[in-house]
Write a protein that binds this ligand. Structure first.
Ligand code: CDP
Length: 229
């Protein structure tokens, strides 16, 4: 099969498996656009919480109400920016409140449908590295290169805490974070719409003992093998 000259590369995997940092590094090396799809789900969650929409009303949300939340995605060159009410969203997307509600929002079919077009338009011209839970299965099923990143639960919890607090966590902190991550993984795996799963033909990379640079190199090699780059 002839592969596109402007490839799409997908990275999927469970929470804290390092998808976003890896995708960022791969995109930078290739000069491609990076789509962090989790940030889109986080942005809608942020807007719902900020607007005070009660959680019991989320199930009934329709496209029109989601549009009225005023979340906008602007892609220019390599950069994808997300705004709420015209304000650029950055660290707000990763607050504990957003993190604990995001899987409930991501399980809503109306939300997933609303974001599908947004994601495809960001990737419409290829030269894209997209990371998330359903990039290779649903959003970009024809992607040229598909990667599935995994790591042990403890390692993912450790990395997440190290990233958030900038110091090595203790055992109790790791256990607590592992519990939170596991809950989110289970919600992401068991939902009926676009559940987290390994895409067919995806290369599974276990990063538990793998240095970050080796992980990036391995993916770049795979891109070289499967695309005309
Ligand atoms: O960075 P982390 O792995 O913790 O999560 P994220 O990539 O920011 O995604 C946050 C949440 O959004 C996930 O737990 C999923 O519930 C949801 N998500 C999704 O359902 N589908 C995607 N393609 C990306 C994220």
């Amino acid at each position: 099969m002839a592969r596109s000259r402007r490839p799409v590369i997908t990275l999927d995997g469970p929470a804290g498996s390092g998808k976003t940092t890896t995708a960022q590094a791969v995109a930078k090396r290739l000069g491609f656009r990076h789509l962090d799809s989790g940030a889109l789900y986080r942005a809608l969650t942020f807007a719902l919480l900020k607007e005070g929409v009660p959680e019991q009303e989320w199930r009934a949300l329709e496209a029109e109400q989601l549009t009225a939340l005023n979340v906008e995605v602007e892609a220019e060159g390599d950069v994808v920016n997300i705004y709420h009410d015209g304000v650029l969203l950055t660290s707000d997307l990763r607050s504990p409140e957003v993190t604990s509600s995001v899987s409930a929002v991501a399980g809503l079919p109306a939300v997933r449908d609303w974001l599908l077009d947004v994601q495809r338009s960001v990737g419409a011209h290829g030269n894209l590295v997209a990371d998330g839970r359903d990039m290779g299965t649903v959003v970009f099923p024809d992607a040229d290169v598909k990667i599935f990143l995994v790591a042990s639960l403890e390692e993912r919890a450790r990395r997440r805490l190290l990233q958030d607090h900038g110091r090595e966590p203790d055992v109790a902190e790791i256990q607590e974070e592992a519990r939170r991550i596991d809950q989110r993984d289970q919600a992401d795996r068991s939902r009926s719409h676009s559940p987290l799963r390994r895409p067919e033909h995806a290369l599974e990379v276990d990063t538990t003992g793998l240095p970050f640079d080796d992980q990036v190199s391995l993916i770049l090699r795979r891109v070289k093998d499967l695309t005309p780059l």
